[in-house]
Ligand binder design. Sequence first.
Ligand SMILES: C[S@@+](CC[C@H](N)C(=O)[O-])C[C@H]1O[C@@H](n2cnc3c(N)ncnc32)[C@H](O)[C@@H]1O
Length: 314
Amino acid sequence: MCALCPLSSRPVRKSSIYLPDELKGALAELSRRSGRSEANLIRSAIEQLVEAASALSPSPAVPGPPLPRPPLPRPAVVGVGVGPGDPVLVTERARQVLEAADRVLVVTTDIRSVGRAEMVVRSACPVARVQRVAFAVGGDATARQHSLDGLVGAALDGADASELVAVAVLGDPYQWTIFPALAAAVRDRRPGVTVDAIPGITAWQALAAHATVPLAGPGAALVVVDDLDGLDRHLGDPGACVVVYKASTDATSLRAVASRHGRRGAVVGELTGLPGERHVDLDELADGPLPYLSTVVFPAVAVLPARTAAAAGS
Ligand SMILES: C[S@@+](CC[C@H](N)C(=O)[O-])C[C@H]1O[C@@H](n2cnc3c(N)ncnc32)[C@H](O)[C@@H]1O
């Protein structure tokens, strides 16, 4: 006898007790195809329903006007930027997606190690259903392609099971991350799957805010480069604020390029938003390699002539 229907002697599947036969059949088929239990699929569907309903009529206990909540489609693969490291710099929208996602993919160099993006996810959204994927970040092209294939496979597993798959990355998903390549592969192999991204606060934004360095203004350029050649190419423009990312360089080399262009006042941010963070003037930085999590901002030294009235008014 079924525990939920004490008067019936027929065995009843608890997960589909309220469903008409046709829907039960479709649910069983989806469960078989996706490898997810019927209960799990029902939970996902109800979560979506509740999410959509709360967007229409937010709880009266929540103060202030409701935040607009665009619907979260399924199946979908969504890149989620989780900021440079401090969980308080994760946006509300990013948190919503992390919470609603059926799986949150995070890459790590070693499957047993909790990577930086996962740490932020754990702090900002403890209920997130995290799945770690090993990625040969420093490997050669073949190793990286192999890693990407593994990540694409994990995302497609979720998409094929009608899941909302979040891919959490530091900073912004479309800036020096694996997400653009993943998004292209998903679009290519599953054209019907929604691909989206939630922008994240970047290390250079956090550093500039902390160090009170203006990033750009009218007529000025803001350039982000990832090596010394790029820095050399752009520092010659006194109106440009130049940011160096992926600081695979050292203090002496940075100072040499800076002095070639007569640029001073650069600020170096190490571990921004993380334990042990520090912000130092480049001229005061000790010689030697910069840590991987370093960002350098060279503020503009000259404000270019104001734009024409026509341009300014546009
Ligand atoms: C692979 S890129 C990731 C960029 C990221 N998607 C973004 O939008 O900020 C890694 C580089 O970002 C910068 N970075 C990321 N997090 C940082 C942090 N907490 N402090 C300083 N720099 C950071 C460093 O230059 C690092 O080498």
